[in-house]
Design a binder for this molecule. Structure first.
Ligand code: GCU
Length: 340
């Protein structure tokens, strides 16, 4: 943590130093807009954010300099969420799992087997009324969601094969730093090990954990496939990433500039989603080349273990019920239409 804080302070300080040395050039007048994320520069998240940058700078390049910091360069997600809350940085793209401890409305997305199909998941995330309500509900905490990015389906991967929940028994599995994820692992009989995304590779390599759970891109973009060769399609979650912004920054924008930033967020999602499926296919191919074995499995035993979490969470967090009910309606609609 200290290492990340130091790195962050150095990067931000260097930025202001350059800023003060540039004197009366046009750079001086530009507002630097800092966006942090955890992925590599090839990942769809980064491509989406580059589209954001291009959208803003092609319209308001004389006023804003959008700077994207990939690879947890400004710190792990939880740290950068704090930086976004205080306004030290302006945006962070992160999993909703990481936002949960800042506002428990985001617990909804950590519920296992919440969505019955990808179609239902996408439809919910594109339901402006429902989603904007969630995005705006965190304003008092200093940040708000502005758009979502697809992050696929989360599945287990480990050094040894996981075919049924029995194979998870007592295994140390990394989870996002979220209480709901920890509880889900308890129900599966595994030993949940919360840690930031950037620590996972070394933790598997050194045997601190036995495995993790994520979409296929983690195997290649983050090289986890080098150290964990068994990936199983148990499909326990579809957890989106959201782009979160500092509220004061957004509210300080003029109406015209705000329109541009809102348009940029929309464009970012479009570009990220256009790249998602393609990159997942490529990742599977590449991971196979790295020696990763992909296995289909019966999801029923996994589902049976974790479904009690739905009732448990809904009774603990009253905010979730209306959102949950709406999601069930959407699930039904898509299952009628032929979803899974
Ligand atoms: C996904 C997601 C990231 C998140 C990561 C994690 O890759 O896109 O935003 O950080 O999972 O498990 O931490």
């Amino acid at each position: 943590m200290l290492k990340f804080m130091k790195k962050t302070i150095i990067i931000l300080a260097l930025g202001s130093l350059i800023f003060s040395f540039t004197g009366c050039t046009s750079v001086e007048k530009k507002r630097i807009v800092r966006i942090s994320h955890s992925q590599s520069q090839e990942h769809p998240d980064h491509l989406g954010l580059l589209a954001f940058e291009k959208y803003v700078e092609s319209r308001l390049g004389d006023k804003y300099d959008v700077q994207i910091f990939p690879n947890e360069l400004l710190g792990p997600s939880v740290k950068t969420l704090e930086l976004t809350q205080t306004g030290a940085i302006d945006y962070v793209l992160t999993s909703t799992g990481n936002v949960e401890t800042f506002d428990n409305i985001y617990q909804i997305f950590s519920l296992p087997y919440l969505f019955d199909s990808t179609e239902a998941y996408h439809a919910v995330m594109e339901d402006k009324k429902l989603i904007n309500g969630i995005y705006e509900s965190t304003k008092a905490s200093g940040f708000q969601g502005v758009t979502w990015f697809d992050a696929g389906t989360r599945n287990f991967y480990a050094k040894t094969p996981i075919k049924t929940p029995k194979d998870l028994k007592s295994k140390k599995i990394r989870v996002i730093q979220s209480p709901v994820n920890v509880r889900m692992m308890q129900l599966l009989g595994a030993s949940a090990t919360p840690m930031s995304f950037g620590e996972v590779y070394t933790a598997i390599q050194q045997g601190v954990i036995d495995g993790a759970e994520n979409n296929e891109l983690a195997l290649t973009n983050n090289k986890h496939g080098e150290v964990a060769k068994n990936y199983v399609y148990n499909q326990h979650q579809m957890v989106p990433d959201i782009l979160v912004a500092n509220v004061k920054f957004l509210e300080g924008l003029s109406t015209e500039d705000r329109k541009v930033f809102d348009g940029a967020a929309k464009e970012a999602t479009k570009v990220e989603r256009e790249n998602w499926d393609k990159q997942v296919k490529e990742a599977i191919k590449k991971a196979k080349g790295m020696g990763v074995k992909f296995r289909e499995t019966d999801i029923k035993p996994f589902k049976e273990k974790v479904m009690p979490l739905h009732k448990e969470l809904l009774s603990q967090n009253k905010k979730l019920k209306p959102i949950y009910d709406k999601i069930q309606e959407v699930n039904k609609k898509y299952s009628v239409k032929g979803g899974k």
